[in-house]
Structure formats: structure tokens, C-alpha cells
Ligand binder design. Structure first.
Ligand SMILES: Cc1cc2nc3c(=O)[nH]c(=O)nc-3n(C[C@H](O)[C@H](O)[C@H](O)COP(=O)(O)OP(=O)(O)OC[C@H]3O[C@@H](n4cnc5c(N)ncnc54)[C@H](O)[C@@H]3O)c2cc1C
Length: 466
């Protein structure tokens, strides 16, 4: 008897290796239709990545006999229609954490059932299913340290699914990727992204290998230094599912050196963010701590625009914002500094920063971005207390002491000596002149006086408490 057709719907898992949904669809040995449905919510940088990643995925699939079908539209209509066209008996997809996908899956499950088609959702995007890690009283964790401990105790099984050796592909009409216009045209701002990244499963593996062979050993300390290549830069690959979290976890555990434990902890921060999104579907827009709904923010479009374009007058902040614009990525330490400057010194609502990161990061992720912005703003679960305010000058001096990072992204300050680089407004006029810096002309004066900004932030917080 011939095997029924199965439909494999790629969603957040653009890979062939250790892909439980793909493995299950192929394991039955019958024909498998492979589909990707465009997620219209993606920001501009993510759309660039998506184009490259789908191209790479398609290239991996074709030699195995498969064929990637691209469809656009509401998945609730697209998936049942495609299933009916090809006579599919089952649909396989990765289980999602995003609220929009969860609501969709419920509706899709009901819709497919009426046609006798089963929807199989596979645990694939995280180390654990969302309801697996709970407190002793059966509630989700709201604090990172006990959550991480519970994950470590639960153990992460090392049972990766094999990459399919061949796929009995099913042809069906689909869109041409170019017609989705995911790449920028005029202006083409993606030159820096092309120079930096190789999206796709092979690029992810290369990035991982290079990290394990080099920076991993010193990760525990070097991860905080933005001027050095001290972190993995795997975040966009992880976000698009080009490498599985389980494989990454086990590859890291086998690495030698002191960096391993710290790196695994960061992977658990990702896991924690996903669990927060599961608990708080409005993570991207509403504060977890309800009292912050009434925080006296002071929206300021021109200050926001200066921050977005890396023209705040605070060198480490500007370097970070320009790194983001140029490469689609920003170093974690600098993300914290830039975010803190926006919400504390400028009192601009954290949601405005979240939205800019969403549009410009190649790793823009609903869970990690939402949770991290809330963490910095002090309104999230287990957040940095609001009154702890990063001083961007001291942060720059501590984590970029030689100034390599600032000089790379803010070249107009490159000739300043280290002692003045992070606070050029304090430099003697003769030093500025010798370095070719004219404040207010070649480089902006700071938008906000730092001590004043800090005092304003503390006063705003006091109003919230009172
Ligand atoms: C304001 C702000 C916004 C952020 N937005 C995002 C985002 O949209 N997408 C995103 O993936 N990360 C986000 N992060 C978390 C972190 O900055 C990035 O994951 C990290 O910089 C990615 O670089 P890497 O791959 O070299 O990280 P590594 O240091 O090599 O860490 C390995 C992996 O662990 C995960 N990870 C590390 N730190 C965190 C963290 N604090 N929270 C959650 N996961 C973490 C990432 O998947 C990362 O790739 C944000 C942080 C801040 C402060």
C-alpha cells in the first residue's frame, strides 16, 4: 500500500539536521511536501536573512530529492489549501512559543481535523517543552537562577534526529523567492550584512566550529569586551533554527576550557526568555510588572532618532547603534548600555527601542528581545532594578579600555587618546583640536547631561513608587 503524503511546514527551524518535524515527516518513508509560509511580521534585517536562509535551505534540499514550496498568505488558509491540493494526511511543524503562532496552531488543528488531517507539533525550537520546567508547586519560574538550576537537573537528552538521507519530494506550485522582495533595493543598506554573515545551516556550523576552536576558551571574560571577537555570533542562526538548540548545547558541553559553563548559562537565558514569552504573551509590548504601565516616560522623537542613527554624543552608545545599523547585530554588553541609555537617561519608552531592534537586528526574536528590553527597563521578570543605572562612560572605559570598538564604529573620534575617548566633552580643547574633533560639528555634544539624566530617571522612578 502506498504511503500517504505528509506536509512538512518549516517554521523557525530552517535546517535539515536534528529537525524533529522533518524527521517525523520523512520517517514514514512516503512522499513529503516541504513548505515555507512567509512570516509577514519580520523586520527589515530579518527579511534579508530570511531570503538568504531560504535560498540555502532550498539548495540543501534539492540534491536529496525534495522541493521547497514557497507560499504567501494567512497560514490558516494556506496550509489546509496546500494539504488538500497534495492530498496530505498529516502536517508536521515545530511547536512555537510566539503567541500569534500558538493561536494559529489551535485554529489550524481544528480546521485540519475537520478534513481528517492531523497536525503534529514537534518540540524543536527550545531545549525543553514550555510546561516541562516548573516549580515544585507546578507554576512557571519567574526568576532565572532557579529556572536554570531546574533545567540543568532535568538534563538535556543527547538524542539528535539524523539528517534525512533522501526526501521523496512532492512538487506543487509556489512563489518565486524574488517575488517576495525581501532584499532592500534603493538604498541597498545590506552591504555590511553581506560582508558579515553566511546565513544557512552550513554557515551556522562554520560559525560554531570557529567559535569552539577559538573564542570559547576565553568566553567567560572576553564575552564582555565588544572590541574583541569574544562571543559566538550564533544568535541569528539560532533564531532562524539553522542549528538546533540541543545540538548546540551538546557541542558546547564537549568543548574544553573555562568558557563552557558561562556559554551554557547564556543558552539558558535564551530558554528563560522563551518561557517568559510563554507565560506573558504580551512580552513585547506590556510590562510584566504592572506598576510600570504608569511610568512617566517622556517620548521624544528627535532624541529617539539621534539614538537610532548613532548620533547621541555618547561614544559607546553611538558605536553600538552604528554597529547595529551596519551589521544587523550588536554586542550584548553594548545592547545593555544602549538600551539603558534610551530608557533611563532619555526616558524614552522601552517599547520604542524594542521596535527599532526588531527592525534592524538579524537575530530579532520576540522572546529574547522582549525579555531583554524589559530586563533593562526594570519592568521585567527578574529584572535589573530600575534604580541601577549604567553610566555609559564608565561602561565604555571598563569594557572598551583601549577603544578598539569605539574607534571602529565612530571613526571621527579615532584620533582621540584613550583617556578622552569615552567622554570627548570633557577633553581639553587642545586635545580635541589635535584629534580633529569639533564638538557640535564633526561629532555631536551629548543629548543629555549624564548626571542630570540619571537624576531625572531616579525622580521618575520615585514617582512610580509614591
Ligand atoms: C536590549 C537587548 C535586546 C536583545 N535582543 C535580542 C534579540 O532580539 N535576539 C537575540 O537572540 N538576543 C537578544 N539579546 C540577547 C543577547 O544580546 C544576544 O543573544 C547576543 O548578544 C547574541 O550574540 P552571540 O550569539 O554572540 O551571543 P553568545 O554570547 O555567543 O551567546 C550564545 C547564545 O545564547 C543566547 N543568548 C545570549 N545572551 C542572551 C540573553 N541575554 N538573552 C537571551 N538569549 C541569550 C543567544 O541565542 C546567543 O546566540 C538582547 C539583549 C539586549 C540587552
Amino acid at each position: 500500500m502506498s504511503q500517504p503524503v505528509r506536509l512538512m511546514w518549516f517554521r523557525g527551524d530552517l535546517r535539515l539536521a536534528d529537525n524533529p518535524a522533518l524527521h517525523a515527516a520523512c520517517a514514514a518513508g512516503g512522499p513529503v511536501a516541504l513548505v515555507y509560509v512567509l512570516d509577514e511580521r519580520a523586520g527589515a534585517a530579518s527579511r534579508w536573512w530570511l531570503h538568504q536562509s531560504l535560498t540555502a535551505l532550498s539548495r540543501e534540499i534539492e540534491p536529496l530529492g525534495g522541493h521547497l514550496i514557497l507560499r504567501r498568505g494567512e497560514p490558516l488558509a494556506v496550509i489546509p489549501a496546500l494539504a488538500a491540493e497534495i492530498g496530505a494526511g498529516a502536517v508536521h511543524v515545530a511547536r512555537a512559543f510566539e503567541p500569534a503562532h500558538r493561536a494559529l496552531d489551535r485554529a489550524l488543528d481544528a480546521s485540519l481535523k475537520t478534513h481528517g488531517i492531523a497536525l503534529h507539533r514537534h518540540q524543536s525550537l527550545s531545549l525543553f517543552a514550555p510546561e516541562r520546567i516548573l516549580t515544585k508547586t507546578g507554576t512557571p519560574y519567574g526568576v532565572f537562577t532557579p529556572f536554570a538550576k531546574a533545567c540543568q537537573e532535568a538534563g538535556i537528552p543527547d538524542d539528535a534526529c539524523p539528517r534525512p538521507a533522501r526526501i521523496q519530494g512532492v512538487q506543487a506550485p509556489g512563489d518565486d523567492l524574488a517575488s517576495w522582495a525581501l532584499l532592500p533595493t534603493r538604498p541597498d543598506w545590506a552591504g555590511g550584512l553581506r560582508a558579515e554573515w553566511q546565513p544557512g545551516e552550513a554557515g551556522a556550523q562554520q560559525r560554531l566550529n570557529a567559535f569552539l576552536a577559538g573564542p570559547m576558551a576565553a568566553y567567560a571574560t572576553a564575552r564582555d569586551l565588544p572590541g574583541r571577537p569574544g562571543t559566538s555570533k550564533l544568535s541569528p542562526h539560532i533564531h532562524f533554527g539553522e542549528i538546533s538548540p540541543r545540538r548546540l548545547w551538546h557541542a558546547a558541553t564537549q568543548a574544553e576550557g573555562q568558557g563552557t559553563a558561562t556559554f551554557l548559562k547564556e543558552l539558558l537565558w535564551r530558554e528563560f526568555s522563551l518561557h517568559l514569552l510563554w507565560q506573558h504573551p504580551t512580552l513585547r509590548t506590556r510590562p510584566i510588572r504592572p506598576e510600570f504601565e504608569h511610568f512617566p516616560w517622556q517620548p521624544d522623537p528627535s532624541a529617539l532618532q539621534a539614538w537610532q542613527s548613532g548620533r547621541t554624543g555618547v561614544p559607546i552608545v553611538d558605536a553600538g547603534m552604528r554597529e547595529l545599523w551596519r551589521t544587523g547585530w550588536m554586542h550584548n554588553r553594548v545592547r545593555m548600555i544602549c538600551a539603558s541609555y534610551l530608557v533611563k537617561h532619555l526616558l524614552i519608552p522601552w517599547q520604542a527601542g524594542e521596535a527599532w531592534f526588531w527592525d534592524t537586528l538579524v537575530d530579532a526574536d520576540e522572546a529574547a528581545n522582549g525579555a531583554s528590553w524589559q530586563w533593562v527597563a526594570g519592568c521585567g521578570a527578574d529584572a535589573a532594578p530600575y534604580f541601577r543605572i549604567f553610566n555609559p562612560v564608565l561602561q565604555g572605559q571598563k569594557f572598551d579600555p583601549e577603544g578598539q570598538y569605539v574607534r571602529r564604529f565612530v571613526p571621527e573620534l579615532a584620533r582621540l587618546p584613550n583617556a578622552c575617548l569615552h567622554a570627548p566633552w570633557l577633553a581639553p580643547p587642545s586635545v580635541l583640536a589635535a584629534a580633529g574633533v569639533r564638538l557640535g560639528t564633526t561629532y555631536p555634544r551629548p543629548q543629555a547631561e549624564l548626571a542630570e539624566g540619571r537624576a531625572r530617571a531616579l525622580a521618575a522612578f520615585a514617582m512610580l513608587k509614591g
